[in-house]
Design a protein around this ligand. Structure first.
Ligand SMILES: *[C@@H]1O[C@H](CO)[C@@H](O)[C@H](O)[C@H]1NC(C)=O
Ligand SMILES: *[C@@H]1O[C@H](CO)[C@@H](O)[C@H](O)[C@H]1NC(C)=O
Ligand SMILES: *[C@@H]1O[C@H](CO)[C@@H](O)[C@H](O)[C@H]1NC(C)=O
Ligand SMILES: *[C@@H]1O[C@H](CO)[C@@H](O)[C@H](O)[C@H]1NC(C)=O
Ligand SMILES: [Zn+2]
Length: 962
């Protein structure tokens, strides 16, 4: 799956928060609001009449006795191929229910004698002749004694009168009916309005455990089979699936005129990669190498408007890049990509039919920003990478998900870089993945990338695997691996892995084996240990090291980096939290070198320097670790930054800032040292260092924007941002042009955003003027797409109900998803509590805020210093409802908890959090369970940090802003 937690490149908006006064009033209001909520029993999830709360679970743990009580399939049967026929009804039936009917025949082989057939099936009702068993060839099938469903483990069970024989092949026929619900899971219904008319689409999302909601199937990734898909649908619509349609015949069934579309048999594939779509969408297409059909599908108006063109333009080059990189041709006969109005993840890599949120596929040069465009590029590159890695070769079980997602999250930058070579895409992984996941992985509550197969069983444990660690740490360690193996060796090993295991399944060590083989087959190439031994230390233990280099002696040590030095690591590690660390480094006047730290401490005489010379380690952040130095070397690096920052690469400037701030939080260096890394910023014009600094200062803002420190902090930032603001004002001819460089465009946004929020001269006036011009003439928006997030948010923050209501109207009328999405985010910037509370209420009403957007809207509101307490009360009041709606989803749910608790830094807030946990134990936290633990840990650390740092941070900002 793609990353739904993707952070907008217009980062100011997502991460940078404005401070407001009148805090006392706000708190009083929010308490009143809370009481109101408690009294209100009629709303879903509002209180006692809510039927979603479950009884307290029994105290004795459940021990499965029968084979169908286990979540995993028994090892008795393996599927060979399926016939699946589905008929979704896009009109409600007499009971007002949208349904689909279907028929399936699965041919399976018995590998161990058994008198049970256990096959996944969830929320399906058997119809017609129910389940019938037959033998294939000469085999005769035993009679069925009893058939039943097991709701908890999502199985259909057939008990037979006698045993199936090992080696024999059988066929199981089922006829069934399911609901085509708008629940975004399995075969589901998506609705949208076009030209004033409501339209219905039937579409699907199978990953991870929802194929079983579409038809009875052996729904585990290793149960690969061939699927012969047939879809019955209205003649005015088009049906799509993984394979190419080979026949479409008109027919009349039950008196209804229909079209029966038959698809070519798929390759051997996993159930979670299936896709079935019936829509009235249209497509544009091209041919790659004259034989591969590439199509982009979307609503007709979007395609007519040219919004699929960018996706079509980049898909061919990206596929070509991967064919070359993997040294394997694209495995299928076509590549369809489709933009859906209702979609939970960012995108889903169904084999041959990739599904996207509209914002992740559709681009309109008039209204989309550079950030939107980059997102489209990287999401496409991510999903296409899976066509080989993940789809052609699939991990055996979900415990290895990190390898699948980490891999795609790494190579997406390579694919994107190939399609847009001037964008510096390869640098961006530092901000978007490496620095980001460092935050999470520096907690004692983190977890290793790799989990044992037995630890991941039920659907919510599987969902929980879709987290930042899997995606971003996976990407970071695979990038490190590729860096120390060098790309040619890495790519050779990869290609041999893909070719060996095509159409089958692996465990992660299979990849290590093939990489090791590539190492051994490369003359003259050495690494100090095997790929297994090196990588085990990064995948089997959580966290990462901080490497400390003492340039006075050349001594090097490593230590598990924990952002809270007082946190206690309870999880044991067989490697005692030491790593084999590949360190690329350089010193003044000397080219980059490679050094391996294999013990806890070591000495490298080359790293001993004196005078004005400095040592810089982890160049280009090619390794997944932080670096600390003796104070003299820090001083020399800092003075090099202030005298000639361009002597260090953009990435390393960003890294120095990020390492220093995080080392300071861990009390390894002083807060003053960290803040000092930002003193040169008035000279910095590049995006990546600025972004790194703003992301780190954001912690200070979150901790202090409700205190007196904020005034001094604002004054300091104003001093530092002013030259950048002036720089862009000049280079854009007084804001009439847009910078040409890709990342310069991002930095222009930062400049305006920060300048406005810290009160630089005319910034707010400029923004208000632009927004007012738009309000005066809604059909002509004068604001450049890049600046829209910033301008909308600021205009709403400094405006009133008129600005808000205008945004709402434009949001409801918007035909472009990315525009709707930025308005939705900007409306959370309001200052007035009543506006924010009204907006929170809207998230419970799917006619106002789409279900797929509800949790992120609540999260946006919580980013706002005024909205945070309101959002917190809101989710507490509505927890069981929210949980029921979103609790088993993947990222969005844990992001909600992360978002709301980001500012928590008082004892009172910690108590509230703990109470929230206790009060809702009976409801549960689903895929946010880990996030909640992390929130408690982070709050504890914040409390301590604020107590220790507030006074001298205030002092520093006061002194430096003079
Ligand atoms: C699906 O089609 C393939 C190829 O025509 C065939 O070999 C296979 O038996 C079919 N599967 C079923 C369940 O009939
Ligand atoms: C699958 O469908 C094909 C084509 O309709 C049919 O010939 C075949 O018998 C079906 N397979 C089974 C096992 O029913
Ligand atoms: C399945 O059966 C249950 C129980 O009879 C019924 O409530 C439900 O509506 C049925 N679902 C469909 C899609 O027919
Ligand atoms: C797609 O490519 C064509 C041909 O190179 C170009 O004219 C067009 O501007 C591109 N469209 C987008 C949206 O990039
Ligand atoms: Zn993915």
């Amino acid at each position: 799956m793609g990353k739904v937690y993707y952070i907008s490149k217009n980062v100011g908006l997502a991460m940078f928060v404005l401070a407001f006064c009148a805090l006392a009033t706000i708190i009083a209001l929010s308490i009143a609001y809370n009481n109101e909520r408690v009294k209100n029993r009629s709303r879903p999830g509002g209180g006692a009449t809510d039927n979603t709360s479950l009884p307290t679970p029994p105290t004795t743990p459940f021990t499965p006795k029968e084979p169908w009580d286990h979540y995993r399939l028994p090892d008795t049967l393996v599927p060979v191929s399926y016939n699946v026929t589905l008929w979704p009804r896009l009109e409600p039936n007499a009971d007002g229910l949208y349904i689909f009917t279907g028929r399936s025949a699965v041919i399976f082989k018995c590998v161990k004698e058994t008198d049970l057939i256990i096959i996944h099936s969830n929320k399906l009702n058997l119809t017609g002749q129910h389940a019938r068993l037959g033998g294939l060839g000469d085999v005769s099938a035993p009679a069925v004694r009893k058939t039943w469903f097991v709701v908890k483990t999502e199985f259909l069970v057939l008990q037979l009168h006698s045993r199936l024989s090992a080696g024999a092949t059988y066929v199981l026929h089922t006829e069934f009916q399911g609901e085509l619900a708008d629940d975004l899971e399995g075969f589901y219904r998506s609705e949208y309005i076009e030209a004033g008319v409501k339209r219905v689409v039937a579409t699907s999302q199978m990953q991870a455990t929802y194929a079983r909601k579409s038809f009875p199937c052996f729904d585990e990734p290793a149960m690969k089979a061939v699927f012969n898909v047939t879809i019955i649908h209205d003649r005015s619509r088009v049906a799509l699936s993984n394979g190419m349609a080979i026949d479409a015949a008109d027919s009349v069934i039950d008196g209804i005129p229909v079209r029966v579309t038959t698809f070519e048999p798929t390759e051997r594939m996993s159930t979670y990669l299936l896709a079935f779509i019936v829509s009235d969408f249209v497509s544009i297409q091209s041919n790659l190498n004259n034989n591969l059909l590439i199509r982009i599908w979307a609503r007709k108006s979007a395609i007519d408007d040219g919004q699929g063109d960018y996706a079509l333009n980049v898909t061919g080059p990206i596929l070509q890049f991967y064919e070359h990189y993997y040294n394997a041709t694209y495995p299928l006969s076509k590549s369809d990509q489709i933009a859906l109005p209702d979609f939970n993840a960012g995108a889903m890599e169904n084999w041959g039919l990739i599904t996207y949120r509209e914002t992740a596929l559709l681009y309109n040069p008039i209204v989309s920003s550079t950030g939107n465009k980059e997102r489209i590029l990287t999401v496409i590159a991510h999903e296409l990478a899976h066509m080989w890695f993940g789809n052609l070769v699939t991990l055996r079980w979900w415990n290895d998900l990190w390898l699948n997602e980490g891999f795609a999250s790494y190579v997406e930058y390579l694919g994107a870089n190939h399609a847009e070579p001037t964008w510096n895409m390869k640098d961006q992984i530092i901000l978007s993945d490496v620095h980001k996941v460092f935050q999470v992985d520096a907690l004692a509550s983190s977890h290793p990338l790799s989990r044992r197969e037995e630890e991941v069983n039920d659907p919510s444990q599987i969902s929980e695997m879709f987290n930042t660690i899997s995606y971003s740490k996976g990407a970071a360690v695979l990038r490190m691996l590729s860096e120390f193996l060098t790309e040619p060796v890495f790519a050779r090993g990869l290609s041999s892995y893909l070719n060996t295991f095509a159409f089958s399944n692996t465990v992660y060590t299979d990849l290590w084996d093939h990489l090791q083989e590539a190492v051994e087959n490369t003359p003259g190439f050495h690494i100090p240990a095997t790929v297994h031994d090196i990588m085990n230390r990064w995948t089997l233990q959580m966290g990462f090291p901080v490497v400390t280099i003492d340039t006075r002696t050349g001594s090097i040590t490593q230590k598990h980096f924990l952002v809270d030095p007082e946190s206690v690591v309870e999880r044991p590690s067989q490697f005692n939290y030491t790593w084999f660390v590949p360190i690329k480094w350089k010193k003044t006047g000397v080219e980059q070198q490679q050094y391996w730290l294999l013990q806890k401490t070591d000495t490298n005489r080359l790293m001993k320097v004196s005078g004005n010379d400095w040592v810089l380690a982890n160049t280009n952040v090619s390794g997944y670790f932080r670096v600390n130095y003796d104070l003299d070397n820090w001083d020399r690096l800092l003075s090099s930054l202030s005298t000639n920052h361009q002597a260090l690469s953009v990435i390393n400037r960003a890294q120095i800032i990020d390492d220093a701030f995080n080392l300071a939080r861990a009390k390894i260096v002083s807060t003053t040292l960290a803040l000092t890394t930002t003193k040169y910023l008035h000279k910095e014009r590049d995006y990546i260092p600025w972004e790194s600094a703003l992301a780190n200062l954001n912690y200070y803002i979150l901790m202090f924007d409700r205190t007196e420190v904020y005034g001094a902090l604002q004054a300091y930032l104003k001093k530092q941002i002013q030259p950048l603001y002036e720089h862009f004002k000049t280079t854009t001819a007084n804001w009439t042009k847009i910078p040409t460089g890709h990342t310069d465009q991002y930095n222009q946004i930062n400049a305006i955003w920060v300048a406005c929020s810290v009160g630089v001269g005319e910034c707010r006036e400029l923004i208000k003027r632009w927004y007012r011009e738009w309000m005066a003439n809604p059909s002509h928006n004068p604001i450049h797409p890049n600046l829209k997030n910033t301008v909308y948010c600021s205009a709403i923050a400094y405006g009133g109900v008129e600005e808000w209501d205008f945004a709402w109207t434009m949001f409801k009328n918007s035909t472009l998803a990315s525009e709707a999405s930025r308005l939705r985010s900007a409306m959370s910037c309001a200052k007035a509590p009543w506006l924010l509370n009204r907006y929170l209420e809207y998230t419970l009403d799917p006619t106002k805020i789409r279900k797929q957007d509800a949790t992120s809207t609540i999260q946006y509101i919580s980013n706002n210093v005024v909205g945070m307490p309101l959002a917190w009360n809101f989710i507490r009041a509505n927890w069981s409802y929210i949980y029921k709606q979103y609790g088993t989803g993947s990222f969005s749910f844990s992001n909600l908890i992360n978002g709301i608790t980001r500012r928590f830094s008082t004892e009172f807030e910690l108590q509230e959090l703990k109470k929230f946990k206790e009060d809702n134990l009976h409801v549960g936290f689903g895929s946010a369970t880990l996030a909640l633990e992390q929130a408690i840990e982070k709050t504890t650390a914040n409390i301590r940090w604020v107590a220790e740092n507030k006074a001298h941070v205030l002092q520093w900002f006061t002194d430096e802003s003079k």
